[in-house]
Design a binder for this molecule. Structure first.
Ligand code: GLP
Length: 237
């Protein structure tokens, strides 16, 4: 298979960075990268954009690209799963104290998932880890007809991989991000002091046909996560 040039450059730079370039080190300029790797400016820009999306570098207008803080996972506007976020940083995603229960949707949950009140819903609770370190507390509700009776987190550790495999791939989500603090129980699960700051991310996710596949509330450690959002000025004529 032919790997596009930008993908090759992305992977070479990724290896360099992960081999131990300290956070905030400047990357070579676009021109230097063009010369060193014998590629066009467009290829360099595409590779750098992907590395920004991976959370490995950040760009400062007029100053260049710099290595991001490795302790932090930078989330972008792309819809990704926890497993993808962690793997893109070359760490191993995992879960501890995972539980799966089947419940009935109350009126509120039913209206969020657009199912009938009382319909079966699968409720998952997980402490998500990266290389064994707790990163996020996740509570997810999935319509019962999406997950078969024998669905098990032991054999299917990534919910999004599973949804992909049954043709219900998550395509679009509405997210609300709020600042919060962790209570004693949450903090103990995430291995940080009580009252530590966290980001609470509420996500309602739909598949390609616009059918809801999950409602999720994730609590991310604020010392390990940030969100990067590109905003564009509307020009009024
Ligand atoms: C993130 C999202 C959740 C989603 C999860 C799936 O944490 N905030 O809404 O359920 O990813 O991750 P995985 O596919 O690893 O189970």
């Amino acid at each position: 298979m032919n790997v596009p040039k930008y993908a090759q450059l992305r992977s070479e730079l990724q290896q360099l960075i992960l081999a131990g370039m300290p956070a905030h080190t400047a990357l070579p300029s676009e021109r230097d990268l063009m010369t060193t790797y014998g590629v066009s400016r467009m290829t360099v820009r595409e590779a750098l954009t992907r590395l920004v999306d991976d959370g490995l570098i950040y760009r400062v207008h007029g100053a260049g690209s710099f290595v991001a803080d490795a302790a932090k996972i930078t989330k972008s506007l792309t819809l990704t799963s926890f497993s993808e976020d962690i793997r893109s940083r070359r760490m191993e995603p995992g879960s501890i104290s995972a539980s799966l229960t089947r419940v009935e949707a109350d009126v509120n949950l039913a209206s969020i998932l657009r199912i009938s009140p009382g319909a079966a819903v699968v409720h998952l609770e997980r402490v998500r880890t990266a290389d064994g370190v707790p990163m996020c507390l996740e509570r997810v509700w999935i319509p019962g007809d999406v997950l078969p009776e024998d669905f098990s987190l032991d054999t299917t550790p990534s919910v999004y991989d599973y949804l992909d495999s049954i043709g219900r791939a998550p395509e679009i989500a509405t997210q609300t991000i709020q600042a919060t603090v962790l209570d004693a129980v949450q903090a103990a699960l995430l291995d940080v002091p009580a009252q530590s700051p966290a980001m609470s991310v509420t996500r309602v996710t739909a598949d390609g046909e616009g059918r809801e596949v999950e409602f999720a509330i994730s609590l991310y450690r604020a010392d390990r996560y940030d969100y990067r959002i590109t905003v564009k000025r509307e020009r009024h004529r």
